[in-house]
Design a protein around this ligand. Structure first.
Ligand code: HEC
Length: 250
């Protein structure tokens, strides 16, 4: 009985949450297609990551050198254009900002380590997060987010995307309570990029983060292709060998 009660409470909490202040249909902003074979996309994503994200979010399981090697970025390019702090080429991608400062600035919420966090929430969530920031003057940074309501993160790509406002309409649930439900975004001020260009920036960044959250994927794919190739060659050899052995018997 107790168990049932707990389940019921959890269920109703879930419903209430689903119809919360910024309820929206997941996936309605498109689905991200991760393509780890697209090196130029991964390289651009790495550039966006170090420029726009690494100042707050560490990627403590990755080294600059490993990323450069995996993505075919030269050591010079990485050193001169992608490492902004005192860090060295072989260092882990940590953050210069002191953790206590980060805590104070961001309402007590530490920006998560993106190499592990993205593995937990998945690329689609990051994709929707980066696309659904909207102006909300009641929030400390003047922005809110559909994917993560009342987020503590500022909209760091706002110069590129521009500003947008969210339009909601009220829906009444079965308990007779009204909830605002997301309708659409309306552009307020355009950014330096077109909508399609901003989409590409988001796709590249998320593509890179998908790689970063599991760098072994690239190696696994390469090994996988190698193994398949080996099997095909082995298969062909065995076939001809068999033919050769049976030649005199037929
Ligand atoms: C100024 C600091 C700052 C910068 C720069 C920044 N973030 Fe964040 N980010 C945060 C904070 C703080 C949180 C925690 C937000 C929360 O839990 O409300 C966060 C949370 C996140 C999350 C977790 C979302 C979730 O659903 O749990 C993702 C993903 C993320 N950031 C991606 C990025 C990406 C990608 C960039 C670069 C384009 C970036 N962030 C740049 C501060 C920052």
């Amino acid at each position: 009985m107790k168990f049932l009660a707990v389940v019921l409470v959890l269920l109703s909490a879930n419903v209430a949450w689903a119809a919360g202040p910024s309820a929206y249909e997941k996936g309605s902003f498109g689905k991200i297609k991760i393509d780890l074979s697209n090196r130029t996309s991964l390289q651009r994503g790495a550039k966006y990551f170090v420029n726009y994200c690494l100042s707050c979010h560490p990627a403590q399981h990755s080294r600059y050198k490993r990323v450069a090697d995996d993505l075919g970025i030269s050591e010079d390019l990485m050193r001169n254009n992608m490492i902004f702090t005192e860090q060295k080429f072989g260092d882990l991608m940590t953050v210069a900002m002191k953790r206590e400062d980060a805590m104070k600035w961001f309402l007590g919420i530490d920006p998560p380590d993106l190499s592990t966090h993205v593995r937990a929430i998945g690329p689609q969530a990051v994709y929707e997060y980066l696309k659904t920031f909207y102006i909300d003057e009641t929030r400390p940074f003047g922005v809110n987010n559909l994917h993560l309501p009342n987020t503590a993160m500022p909209h760091v790509l706002v110069n590129l995307q521009g500003t947008q406002k969210a339009v909601f309409h009220d829906e009444t649930d079965e308990n007779g309570k009204e909830h605002p439900v997301f309708d659409r975004f309306e552009t307020l001020e355009p950014g330096t990029l077109s909508e399609a260009q901003y989409e590409q920036v988001v796709v590249d960044t998320v593509n890179f983060l998908a790689y970063l959250s599991e760098p072994a994927q690239l190696v696994r794919k390469r090994i996988g292709i190698g193994v398949l190739f080996f099997l095909v060659v082995l298969g062909a050899l065995s076939y001809f060998l068999k033919k050769n052995y049976w030649m005199d018997i037929h």
